[in-house]
Design a protein around this ligand. Structure first.
Ligand code: GLN
Length: 195
């Protein structure tokens, strides 16, 4: 059975667990590095990226998550998770995991519109998504290997690079599970490729 982990150090974990299960896969809250061996793909949830990075370091997840990705196992970052995956963060000297070749801006939609919902089309996945943005980042610049999947007001809010997927919004906060279902198919494909 396909088993998908959710990094459970901080943030919107339970909602992702529910969405994964709704897509028919097994979901695991990942709190220890050893658990990465039991899962076929991982979701880095929304929350607060600086706090999450601190916990990633203190629980020894930093090299383990990079290695997980290097093995070709899919990683999906939502919101703060997208920030963790970027190779560059606007205005900061250091990025985090650097899995995707892109520069991101944090809290990029400004204070006035900290949280909002938008109707979005996501390439390969579908249209009429009710996308929930919460103090969301966006992708300022994407490298040539990054495929843009969705934009909102000309800003990149969903992208894919090989087995890596990210969204600036929170697909786990609605009952529309199509984005997570797409991630499940990516995990399925990677399992076939490495079988
Ligand atoms: N603004 C948060 C950060 O910079 C992300 C917000 C979220 O994940 N909902 O980490």
């Amino acid at each position: 059975m396909i088993t998908i982990g959710v990094l459970a150090l901080q943030g919107a974990v339970r909602e992702h667990i529910r969405s994964i299960e709704a897509c028919g896969a097994k979901a695991v809250e990942v709190k220890r590095v050893e658990q990465l061996e039991e899962i076929n793909g991982i979701i880095l949830p929304g929350g607060e990226s600086t706090t999450m990075r601190r916990l990633i370091d203190s629980y020894g997840f930093f090299p383990a998550l990079k290695e997980f990705g290097r093995q070709g196992k899919p990683v999906f970052g939502t919101c703060a998770g997208l920030i963790l995956m970027a190779s560059e963060i606007d205005g900061q000297d250091n990025a985090h995991l650097g899995l995707m070749n892109m520069k991101v801006a944090r809290n990029a939609f400004g204070r006035q519109v900290a949280s909002f919902e938008a109707d979005l089309e996501v390439s390969h996945i579908g249209d009429a998504f009710n996308a929930v943005f919460i103090r969301a980042p966006y992708v300022l610049e994407a490298g040539p290997e990054v495929e843009v999947l969705a934009t909102y007001q000309d800003r990149i809010v969903a992208a894919k690079q090989g087995h890596y997927l990210c969204t600036a919004f929170h697909p786990e906060l609605t009952d529309d599970n199509r984005v997570i279902a797409h991630f499940v198919t990516m995990v399925e494909a990677s399992m076939k490729a490495t079988a």
